[in-house]
Design a protein around this ligand. Structure first.
Ligand code: ZN
Ligand code: ZN
Length: 409
């Protein structure tokens, strides 16, 4: 058995080599919270060993974020430093890769005003839209990985001491990311090939829609004509192969923004902008979530879907079997990077351009006409469980069973 330090080193290597595929002479912008210094130091080391030209670390301090939301004036809360994001956008246009380390307390902003959080998030989304589009549009290689923090671990394992909790959360992160395999990098590559074969199968079906059924769910998600499934790893437009999420278990594609109908219920709680949301129920009509309720965090979810017209429509639908590696950890992470990779999910908001061939040559009107969705937000929520069945619906109306009781048929 390897030591924690050895596993952490392998995790950093997996992130830089497979996650980012960082190229020689490439710049890297890395964001992380201040308590992740040991892991970030390993990432920086691996990045320079891989030939990075510069690693720029953007440190985030949760206390600073909370203080602004609590004590800042209304003008302070509504302000986002566009000069900073313009600089980051420029760096990405010049070829810099992007790495995010996710370790936040899922309830970091609990108790603060949901309205102020919403105003601040929307201002930030507006200021970062150009950057987000470069990232989600795969103009550059990017990756997001998790790292255990005391605050996060205490929400996942409330009965354990701080030290025990963090140790256990790291264990689960390593398990989910295949770090505990004999050769983690080789295991990652093999896993991505399995996901790629699913992508090929689903693309071959040329489905018109997906039909989800189960307790509280009877939802038909129309798919955009000419949609592409994606998953695992892919080539960004700068020619570099990367795996944007570690872990990753999903294959996903583009719903039609005006062709989603029925009712759907969430199957897991969701940490949304540092607040908990749970027991979501949404009724869709012609693509729009017309009636939405949440048993917990109603105003946080409502504020989110009121961001703009596209925020009430879907931008992603993803299939994940329950028995996958993240599911096998038996852990509710309360972090979307992990939970969305343990269950089928949908996302409110912007769609991913990699899910529609030729989208880069279309005008904004043409994109909407084809069914792609545009929004300042993209928020995934989990709708899969071992009680959900999914059929694919073909162009002629016939059905192909895809998943039964949360597993691939
Ligand atoms: Zn997804
Ligand atoms: Zn998503």
């Amino acid at each position: 058995m390897r030591s924690f330090e050895e596993n952490l080193r392998l995790y950093a290597q997996l992130t830089i080599k497979e996650g980012l595929g960082l190229a020689v002479d490439q710049e890297l912008i890395l964001s992380a919270e201040i308590d992740q210094r040991p892991f970030v130091h390993l990432l920086v080391e691996e990045a320079y060993r891989a030939g990075a030209k510069n690693v720029e670390v953007l440190w985030k301090d949760p206390e600073v974020i909370k203080t602004r939301l609590r004590d800042g004036s209304d003008a302070a809360v509504a302000y986002a430093p566009t000069w900073l994001y313009d600089g980051i956008t420029q760096a990405h246009k010049d070829g810099a890769a992007r790495l995010g380390v996710a370790s936040s307390d899922p309830q970091m902003l609990a108790g603060l005003s949901p309205e102020r959080i919403s105003i601040s998030s929307t201002a930030a989304s507006r200021a970062t839209k150009a950057t987000s589009e470069l990232v989600s549009g795969f103009a550059i290689n990017w990756c997001i990985v998790g790292a255990a923090s005391v605050d996060w671990a205490s929400r996942v394992f409330p009965d354990l001491s701080a030290t025990e909790g963090v140790t256990k959360l790291w264990e689960k992160i390593f398990m989910a990311s295949r770090i505990l395999e004999e050769d983690p990098l080789a295991a990652w590559a093999t896993h991505c090939e399995t996901l790629e074969s699913k992508v090929v199968y689903l693309n071959g079906l040329k489905l018109a829609a997906l039909h989800f059924t189960g307790p509280g769910t009877d939802l038909t998600v129309g798919l955009v004509e000419g949609h592409e499934w994606a998953g695992g790893r892919g080539y960004s437009k700068n020619g570099i192969r990367c795996s944007p999420n570690i872990p990753t278990e999903e294959v996903f594609t583009m719903p039609h923004r005006a062709n989603v109908n029925g009712v759907v219920s969430s199957t897991m709680p969701l940490s949304l902008r540092g607040q908990m949301v749970d027991k979501i129920r949404a009724e869709f009509k012609d693509g729009v979530a017309v009636i939405v309720t949440a048993g917990v965090g109603q105003s946080a979810f409502e504020n989110l879907i009121n961001t703009d017209d596209g925020a009430r429509r879907l931008g992603e639908v993803a299939l994940v079997p329950n028995s996958c590696k993240v599911g096998q950890t038996g852990t509710l992470f309360l972090n979307t990077l992990y939970d969305e990779n343990a269950a089928c999910h949908i996302a409110m908001g912007a769609s991913y351009s990699e899910n529609l061939t030729g989208i880069d040559d279309m005008t904004d009107e043409e994109k909407l006409e084809r069914g792609a969705n545009d929004s300042l937000i993209h928020v995934d929520w989990m709708i899969g469980s071992d009680q959900i069945d999914i059929d694919g619906i073909l162009g002629d109306g016939s059905r192909v069973p895809l998943m039964k009781s949360g597993e691939w048929v």
